[in-house]
Design a protein around this ligand. Structure first.
Ligand SMILES: NC(=O)c1ccc[n+]([C@@H]2O[C@H](COP(=O)([O-])OP(=O)(O)OC[C@H]3O[C@@H](n4cnc5c(N)ncnc54)[C@H](O)[C@@H]3O)[C@@H](O)[C@H]2O)c1
Ligand SMILES: *[C@@H]1O[C@H](CO)[C@@H](O)[C@H](O)[C@H]1NC(C)=O
Ligand SMILES: *[C@@H]1O[C@H](CO)[C@@H](O)[C@H](O)[C@H]1NC(C)=O
Ligand SMILES: *[C@@H]1O[C@H](CO)[C@@H](O)[C@H](O)[C@H]1NC(C)=O
Ligand SMILES: *[C@@H]1O[C@H](CO)[C@@H](O)[C@H](O)[C@H]1NC(C)=O
Length: 302
């Protein structure tokens, strides 16, 4: 009896969520933005690319930014841009793949800047080679940076969010988190793992009653940063990182749970699960997947 009631409740909720999604679609996003002016926001990989643009675009809206990166020169440049925009920030040179360093820095930070209320796990690396061309240690590193780091960082900062039942976890994954691609076996595997990590953590916190900690999963296709230099999207062009950053910030401010960019990936993602399983290779070819990485000059090919 209890069981069938839960199922009926689920079906009613499903229609409620669909209705809500359709309804909110017609309300301009800006009117739905949540206040973030008291947030202390940690951005990893803030020394270049998407992390830097997110930092500069958030600088005026949040209370304080904490910027992490391995690259001190890039980090200082981002901090300069944030301050020029009138924002307040602190920088820490952190290797997110080193969990001792993550925990030690988190400890130090809690005294220096207070409790982090939003984490944007953005640092990432890519090699871009066929499996047999990938050195073992590079494979391990990809997983350490792109997914294991999320475990250490969330373990370090979630306890404070739980105390207040308030916070936001943002995971920068990738469309290859749900789509395989040649030359990306390590990268795509790590992004798939990061996607599932994000989902599990969200469910765990909800199970434990923490409904005030929001989660946003971001899955972008190629952007014009240095990371995927030379890689090309054939059916959809490479997107501007500024656009991606604007969409991420809007998603955060409306508590959106999933963000696929560019938007056709909402459909492509759905279609993939409906197509005959044997058509995967043909679909990949049709989408330009077989040529996407052929002129790639980043990662190990630098
Ligand atoms: N560029 C794309 O086309 C694309 C597409 C989908 C997803 N993404 C994802 O977006 C995120 C940002 O990528 P980007 O394009 O801005 O790349 P980027 O290379 O410009 O920036 C990544 C930053 O992470 C830092 N970093 C790397 N290893 C680190 C470590 N161990 N500790 C701390 N910092 C470290 C780098 O120094 C760099 O500043 C990544 O997670 C990436 O996987 C990028
Ligand atoms: C970055 O900035 C800090 C603080 O201003 C300074 O101490 C450090 O030398 C700078 N590092 C580099 C590599 O420029
Ligand atoms: C987002 O979630 C927070 C806490 O969970 C809530 O206070 C806020 O009103 C929500 N905002 C929007 C726009 O959904
Ligand atoms: C996130 O935000 C929404 C409001 O948009 C809220 O209803 C929800 O409970 C929040 N929490 C989680 C864990 O999604
Ligand atoms: C994979 O990388 C190799 C170089 O390491 C390149 O020659 C090849 O074209 C790439 N494959 C795809 C499908 O992009």
């Amino acid at each position: 009896m209890q069981d069938s009631l839960t199922k009926i409740k689920f079906i009613i909720l499903l229609f409620y969520y669909w209705g809500q999604a359709i309804f909110t679609h017609f309300i301009p996003r800006r009117l739905r933005f949540k206040k973030i002016d008291e947030e202390i926001v940690l951005i990893t990989g803030a020394g270049s690319g998407l992390g830097r643009i997110l930092a500069t675009k958030l600088s005026k809206s949040v209370s304080h930014l904490i910027l992490w990166d391995l690259n001190e020169i890039g980090l200082n440049e981002t901090a300069k841009l944030v301050r020029e925009e009138g924002g307040s920030c602190s920088t820490y040179v952190v290797d997110v793949s080193n969990r001792h360093m993550v925990y030690e820095t988190a400890d130090r930070m809690s005294k220096e800047v207070g409790a982090v209320s939003m984490v944007i796990n953005n640092a990432g690396i890519v090699n871009g080679k066929e499996l047999l061309q990938l050195p073992n240690d590079k494979i391990v590193k990809t997983f350490e940076v792109n997914v294991l780091a999320h475990y250490w960082i969330c373990k370090a900062f979630i306890p404070n969010m739980m105390k207040k039942n308030k916070g936001h976890i943002v995971t920068i994954s990738s469309v290859v988190g749900f789509f395989g691609a040649s030359n990306l076996s390590d990268y795509a595997g790590s992004k798939y793992a990061a996607t599932r990590f994000h989902e599990c953590l969200q469910l765990e916190l909800l199970d434990a009653g923490y409904d005030g900690i929001n989660f946003t999963l971001v899955c972008p296709y190629f952007m014009n940063t240095k990371m995927f230099e030379g890689a090309k999207a054939l059916i959809l062009s490479n997107q501007k990182v500024e656009y991606v950053a604007d969409e991420i910030i809007a998603a955060i401010r409306t508590n959106q749970t999933h963000l696929y960019l560019p938007k056709p990936f909402y459909i492509i993602h759905t279609i993939k699960s409906l197509l005959p399983t044997r058509s995967l290779y043909a679909l990949n070819t049709a989408m330009g997947g077989r040529k996407a990485m052929s002129d790639f000059v980043g990662g190990l090919r630098k």
